[in-house]
Design a protein around this ligand. Structure first.
Ligand code: BTN
Length: 325
């Protein structure tokens, strides 16, 4: 998408100061009217470029959108996110991922990241909706996992670790994981993950890991969302570089994902536990069937939460929500 426009941008970025249309057209072998067309495309994508007849074009400010071009500048992965699809607005990046797997072999899509600036029908866990205004990271990683089917759920654990680690490393925020895989800053949720699978018997056709992080999002953007939701900018004090954060999350995620492919499940469980704010706490667990309280004592090798109830009985919870007491 807009490849030629980004080549024009590269010229503006590498030369200091203004660059004449003639210099750009000569260095790229395109006409001056094509240069002008691409400059307009870049301005539409949010780049601040001034034009003057005397001096030419000057890049004053980069776009603050989550454009693949900007993410790729910072991306240090071997395969995750090497290919990206970007949408100014879409219903849900997970839904786009599903559509794409109908049209392409999932093997070819392995590592593809779908990004949306905003989602009009974002999906959360347990069929909830996920409010996705501009300023967040709304992305889906498409995978063709080479992981035994009974371990595929651990992709979400790897994703939760990746987000928590990224927020810690980039901004020194004390991000922790609340079971099952919500990312919390203090008492407020900042990110969530949604894993959707297409599988049969012992074979996974594809997995879609939806990543939702409230990044440069204000309380007003989040109105209608429970007050226990926060954003990186609210906690950090100002807006942050979203391309950099997404590049970091993908890097952290890739390394944990490769551990899963190598069968190093214990390493993932260990790291997940070290980042957990649920374990050793009193919680109320809400499942589809019932609701009860107890102490969260462990997660087992399948990611299920082990609760010691007040009568001493241990309950194993595979799916649900938990509220810290
Ligand atoms: C949760 O309920 O905590 C999971 C939220 C997952 C949201 C992300 S945003 C990108 C992707 N597309 C969606 O529609 N949902 C996921």
């Amino acid at each position: 998408m807009y490849e030629a426009a980004f080549r024009v941008l590269e010229v503006l970025e590498t030369r200091e100061g203004p660059v004449s249309g003639e210099v750009i057209s000569n260095s790229l072998g395109i006409s001056r009217s094509a240069v002008w067309k691409h400059i307009k495309e870049l301005i539409n994508m949010g780049y601040e470029i001034t034009t003057s007849h005397k001096e030419g074009y000057r890049l004053n400010k980069s776009s603050n959108r989550l454009l693949p071009y900007e993410v790729h500048k910072k991306l240090r992965t071997s395969f995750m996110g090497k290919k990206m699809r970007y949408f100014e607005s879409t219903t849900s990046t997970n839904w786009v991922g599903k559509q794409m797997t109908h049209e392409h072999d999932p093997e070819e899509l392995h590592g593809l990241v779908i990004i949306a600036e905003q989602q009009t029908g974002g999906i959360g866990r347990l069929g909830r909706s996920w409010i996705s205004p501009r300023g967040g990271i709304w992305a889906t990683v498409v995978l063709k996992p080479k992981i035994p089917i009974e371990r595929v759920f651990m992709i979400t654990m790897a994703g939760a670790i990746a987000i928590a680690r990224s927020l810690r490393k980039e901004y020194d925020l004390g991000a922790l994981i609340k079971w099952p895989n919500d990312i919390y800053l203090g008492d407020s949720k900042v990110a969530g993950l949604l894993l959707e699978l297409s599988a049969e018997a012992d074979r996974v056709h594809y997995a879609l890991l939806g990543i939702g992080v409230d990044v440069n999002v204000t309380h007003t953007d989040l109105s209608g969302v429970p007050s226990t939701v926060t954003s990186v900018s609210i906690e950090f004090g100002h807006d942050v570089d979203r391309p950099e954060l997404l590049a970091r999350i993908l890097k952290e995620f890739e390394s944990r994902y490769l551990l899963l492919e190598a069968g190093e499940y214990e390493a993932i469980v260990r790291e997940w536990k070290s980042l957990s704010c649920t374990l050793e706490h009193r919680v109320r667990v809400n499942t589809l069937k019932n609701s009860f309280e107890g102490e969260a004592i462990d997660i087992d090798e399948y990611g299920a939460l082990m609760i010691r109830k007040d009568n001493g009985k241990i309950e194993r919870v595979i799916a649900g929500d938990c509220v810290q007491q």
